[in-house]
Design a protein around this ligand. Structure first.
Ligand SMILES: C[S@@+](CC[C@H](N)C(=O)[O-])C[C@H]1O[C@@H](n2cnc3c(N)ncnc32)[C@H](O)[C@@H]1O
Length: 166
């Protein structure tokens, strides 16, 4: 997760959205880098959001972290705009309906902002198929992959960085 969050190069005043934040491990790492910025973690599971809120209670109190319990296609984020959007092992971007989350990202990402899609390759697999599958879904929904990172040292993290093209 640290490797994934490092890809974002979080700046103190960044506004970050995380899709499928689970129990909030990435939110914690992002908050450690914020000073004046904010991270919003979104997940449809009330159980996950409860765990994430508990883990990040001091950051929530300080106004650095906020959590939203919602299906991605029903999320209400008002007029908020984010500099960066992170999605770590977020099923809709790999095998579900990628349209709704990518519409949400397009609506709430600042112009030129980046979407970071992080997946884990299967053991012994270089992950080319996985990266191709993510890239294809992004392209089908008006995003273009700008760069791809593979976690060093034979580890399995893969990160596709994309921007909206339409
Ligand atoms: C595999 S877990 C990954 C959690 C976390 N990002 C991590 O890497 O530890 C996927 C998360 O996405 C959430 N999720 C899946 N589909 C969703 C959807 N359509 N809308 C909102 N959250 C969703 C699940 O509730 C789950 O917490």
């Amino acid at each position: 997760m640290r490797w994934a969050v490092d890809r974002l190069d979080v700046q103190p005043r960044d506004r970050v959205l995380e899709l499928g934040c689970g129990h909030g491990a990435a939110v914690t790492l992002i908050c450690e880098r914020l000073h004046g910025g904010v991270v919003v973690g979104l997940d449809r599971s009330p159980k996950m959001i409860a765990a994430a809120s508990k883990r990040n209670a001091t950051h929530v109190t300080a106004g650095r972290a906020r959590f939203v319990t919602a299906e991605v296609h029903e999320a209400e984020l008002g007029h908020e705009r984010f500099d960066k959007v992170l999605a770590v092992r977020f099923p809709p971007l790999l095998r579900g309906r990628a349209g709704p989350p990518l519409d949400l990202v397009r609506d709430h990402l600042v112009e030129g902002g980046n979407l970071y899609v992080v997946e884990h390759a299967l053991a012994g697999n270089p992950g080319v198929d996985l990266v191709d599958a993510v890239k294809r879904r992004l392209e089908e929904h008006g995003f273009a992959a700008r760069s791809v990172f593979a976690e060093p040292g034979g580890r399995r993290g893969l990160c596709v960085v994309a921007t909206a093209t339409s």
